[in-house]
Design a protein around this ligand. Structure first.
Ligand code: SF4
Ligand code: SF4
Length: 507
């Protein structure tokens, strides 16, 4: 057992209002520069919809993530070493500007400098940030499906609906939607790192953050294709790859990421999880895709287990990080309450941003259909008739298996039922938590974490130990480079170049 620490995030989709504050503050912090106009390290999608870039989930087109071969090996979909090298001058699996959008701004100066007394009201026309030309019509944007505004056009091409063979009604009375905020997943098994021919992408050993070494990047863009979440971007001014940094300068001093700090819904949680690096290979190579979620949970380790604590200390995990792992809200939501689920585990990258699925307004729906929505028995059995189909959520979070999604939603519904009684000064009905395998105390603890958690409960971020040597996580199965060659890939004790310098230096 090789115990390693990873900073992970959980987002509670029930509380996302799609305000895009996270996207805007992230943009101001990281991508408000030339060449980065179209990049949104954090974006918020309306689902169902095609997202940003368009249809990013269609791996038949983009060839992102990993696939399991007939012999049980897990290899990048993009191809092995030779076929990847053969594509470096003409990579056919890259999204183009049409798939993202042509970024634009407005001629704001026209409003300020227009002379007084004109008969026509001055207007600010749209101007392309790529060509500088005036744009008469805006035909696509990073947020085109917003609040179903554009979804009726694109709904039929949502890859998750296709994957799950689902048809959804387009009438306003039956339609459903929810918001899905997305950042880089800082995967345990990142394809972006493995397919980079220059060795510029790397995963830090001490906290698992995946970064781009700007000095090493040669702009081959294999990382853009290899990432199944399309969370690496190409800067057309610097000709280098860029991606979400998980705000590492903030994390290193114990502060949450900008998107977490500014989230209006207070729905983001940050914390440390411990995992067994020796079992990553096992977890990503499960033959059955629906077993990948359970395998991913299984390699996460109990931070209270004395053996785990001992092995973590032996592997150089600092004591403060062990304490943080024991207090981690993320570990509780993923492991203890089994509420949070990974996004598209079938890509086999072991993503580290997890989601609590949204419980649509099921009480109202049950009541409107003549049932007693306040009765927990009726409520718990009604989840399969939710307005947001379970199958759609399963297509996003559990490779199509509805059982874990239903368990998560049942627990959320049970918590509401149980706490409603408690707040009405009635004794909590223990039958309710028992129906979902929990206790009344669990319900109250879960309620505190999900509903009224304070800043320090949501973000348990230990500071970096700069006195300890840094290193890179050793990844298996790289198709491009020989990972046993320490000249290319220094070990955790800092052999070779110091991996934290230079980090993703943004110009
Ligand atoms: S989500 Fe992030 S870490 Fe995972 S493959 Fe994509 S860029 Fe790499
Ligand atoms: S700031 Fe929070 S609530 Fe607003 S869109 Fe982002 S994740 Fe959702």
């Amino acid at each position: 057992m090789k115990v390693m620490a990873q900073i992970a995030m959980v987002m509670n989709l029930d509380k996302c209002i799609g305000c895009h504050t996270c996207s805007v503050t992230c943009k101001q912090a990281w991508t408000n520069r030339e060449g980065a106009e179209y990049m949104w390290f954090n974006n918020v999608e309306t689902r169902p919809g095609v997202g940003y870039p368009r249809r990013w989930e269609d791996q038949d087109d983009w060839h992102g993530g990993w696939r399991r071969t007939a012999s049980g090996r897990v290899v990048p979909r993009l191809g092995g070493r030779l076929s990847t090298l053969a594509k470096i001058f003409a990579n056919p699996c890259l999204p183009g500007m049409d798939d993202y959008y042509e970024p634009w701004t407005y001629d704001y100066d026209k409003l300020l400098s227009a002379p007084a007394g004109q008969r026509a009201v001055p207007t600010a026309r749209a101007r392309s940030q790529i060509t500088g030309r005036t744009m008469d019509t805006i035909e696509w944007g990073p947020n085109w499906d917003d609040d179903l505004g554009g979804s009726m056009e694109t709904l039929d091409t949502d890859p998750v609906l296709h994957q799950m063979s689902l048809r959804v009604s387009k009438t306003i009375e039956d339609s459903f939607m929810f918001h899905l905020p997305r950042i880089c997943e800082h995967c345990l098994n990142p394809t972006c790192v493995s397919v980079c021919p220059s060795g510029a992408m790397y995963k830090r050993a001490e906290d698992g953050i995946v970064l781009v070494d700007q000095d090493r990047c040669r702009g081959w863009r294999m990382c853009v294709s290899g990432c199944p979440y399309k969370k690496v971007y190409f800067n057309h001014e610097t000709h280098k790859a860029e991606k979400c940094t998980l705000c590492y300068p903030r994390l290193e001093v114990g502060q949450p990421t900008v998107c977490s700090e500014t989230c209006v819904g207070r729905l983001r949680y940050l914390g440390v999880v411990l995992y067994d690096a020796d079992r990553v290979d096992w977890a990503v190579s499960r033959p059955d895709e629906t077993a990948l979620y359970a395998a991913q949970r299984e390699i996460l380790l109990d931070p209270h287990d004395p053996e785990v604590i001992g092995r973590a200390a032996a592997n150089g995990v600092p004591h403060s990080w062990l304490v943080a792992a024991q207090e981690s809200p993320v570990h509780r939501l993923i492991h203890d309450y089994e509420l949070a689920l990974p996004l598209h585990p079938e890509y086999r990258t072991l993503p580290m941003v997890w989601y609590i699925p949204p419980l649509s307004p099921v009480v109202d729906a049950v009541t409107a259909s003549g049932g007693d929505g306040e009765n927990h028995r009726v409520l718990l059995s009604a989840l399969s008739q939710m307005r947001i189909p379970l199958e759609y959520l399963a297509g996003l979070f559990t490779a199509g298996d509805t059982a874990p999604v239903e368990r998560s939603l049942r627990r959320l519904a049970a918590m509401r039922s149980y706490l409603r009684d408690v707040f009405m000064d009635a004794p909590g009905d223990e039958e309710i938590p028992a129906a979902v395998g929990m206790t009344g105390q669990d319900m109250e603890d879960m309620y505190r974490l999900l509903s009224i958690a304070k800043y320090d409960d949501r973000f348990v971020v230990p500071t970096t130990h700069s006195e300890l040597p840094r290193g890179l996580a050793r990844l298996e199965g790289c198709p491009i480079r020989g990972l046993d060659d320490d000249a290319f890939f220094p070990t955790a004790r800092g052999k070779g170049r110091h991996p934290s310098i230079p980090l993703q230096v943004l110009r």
